[in-house]
Ligand binder design. Structure first.
Ligand code: AMP
Ligand code: TRP
Length: 341
């Protein structure tokens, strides 16, 4: 499913209208909000919040599977919150909170573990990738990761989940876990559905792999303008375009593809590249300036929020408090159905 950006009705309090469709997504406190996060997911967080009861979560429990320095995790959690707020999440319109502030997620996670065959988790592509990436730290959290992700979503009975394409397997697993639970204990959870943007996979500056902090191929949209310029200028373009006069192939050039999201002259940009009227360096310079100016206001808001950490912390606390009755109600229903009370 992709989004429609129609204007939305005003928000109603979460507890007062449990029937309103909910959207939920989680994001790891990875320290950097990159262009892939925004084009692939965060834009949809903002768009869906206008229409649905939107809940967004900074998943620090998930981050513990790879980040083990307490101060780093704390700092990154605040940075991610400030980044999301700066990029347009309005705490008056949606709920933003930190996963570990709502302990019901892990409790439901355990309960869902008991309906999840280990074989489903062992065959999860992201688990296999992590085993390669951190062979000395194949902790149990990595294996159980998708069960906690399912719990995050279904504790609020959310039906729509804005994510990038890299989360497709996790979402499918969430649906399977829901089906397994509903089969054993009766209809309880709706099956969540992924919602993609028009850029479900943004390639990194290497033009080959998905943009990702762990690969080191990001464009850090809230970073200093000179950093953004350096990152964009380092981008790999059409590798067959050797000389300035060689015609380019806009369909394989990542720089050209990204222009689509910054300006209304995409057809012209593609034509310039195809006919060699413009060179790669010009196209990159233009993209860098457009990204810098597109995110200028967000960068300012981000700096302001980071200078007022108690404001950010207050928003996160209020978000977690607001969700408490919903999380408690789902957990009570589930425990009742499972014979725990
Ligand atoms: P993460 O930083 O891995 O927690 O990702 C946060 C959100 O951004 C998730 O919904 C991801 O699917 C999405 N995302 C991350 N990297 C990319 C990318 N390169 N292209 C599109 N979406 C992405
Ligand atoms: N696994 C997601 C990622 O790495 C983060 C996540 C955790 C999530 N819980 C979620 C995403 C629930 C959507 C819904 O990006």
């Amino acid at each position: 499913m992709t989004t429609d950006l129609a204007a939305a009705p005003a928000r109603t309090p979460l507890a007062a209208n449990p029937a309103r469709p909910r959207t939920f997504s989680g994001i790891q406190p990875s320290g950097v909000v990159h262009l892939g996060n925004d084009l692939g997911a965060i834009r949809n967080y903002v768009a869906l919040a206008r229409k649905y009861e939107a809940i967004y979560c900074i998943v620090d429990y998930h981050a513990l599977t790879s980040t083990h320095e307490p101060d780093v995790l704390r700092q990154r959690t605040r940075e991610m919150a400030a980044g999301l707020l700066a990029l347009g999440l309005d705490p008056d319109v949606c709920t933003l909170f930190v996963q570990s502030h709502r302990p019901e997620h892990t409790e439901l996670g355990w309960l869902l573990c008991t309906v999840t065959p280990v074989s489903w988790l062992e065959r999860t592509p992201t688990y296999k990738e992590k085993v390669q990436q951190q062979p000395d730290d194949v902790n149990h959290g990595l294996l159980t990761y998708p069960v906690l992700q399912a719990a995050d979503i279904v504790i609020y009975k959310a039906t729509l989940v804005p994510v990038g394409r890299d989360q497709a397997a996790h979402l499918e697993l969430s649906r399977e876990i829901v089906r397994a639970f509903n089969r054993r204990y009766g209809a309880t959870f709706p099956e969540p559905q992924a919602v993609y943007t028009e850029a479900p996979t943004v390639l990194g500056t290497d033009g080959a792999k998905k943009m990702s902090k762990s690969v080191g191929n990001t464009i850090d949209i809230l970073g200093e303008p000179d950093l953004i310029r350096r990152q964009v200028m380092s981008m790999v373009t059409d590798t067959l375009r050797i000389k300035r006069t060689d015609p380019g192939r806009p369909e394989v050039c990542n720089v050209c593809q990204l222009h689509r999201f910054f300006g209304d002259d995409w057809a012209e940009i593609q034509d310039g590249e195809r006919t060699a009227r413009t060179g790669c360096v010009d196209t990159k310079k233009l993209l860098a300036e457009r990204i810098v100016s597109h995110y200028a206001a967000a960068r300012e808001r981000y700096a302001d929020l980071m200078a007022h950490p108690s404001e950010v912390d207050g928003i996160l606390e209020a978000g977690a408090d607001r969700l408490a009755p919903v999380a408690a109600a789902t957990l009570a229903e589930v425990k009742e159905k499972m014979g725990l009370r």
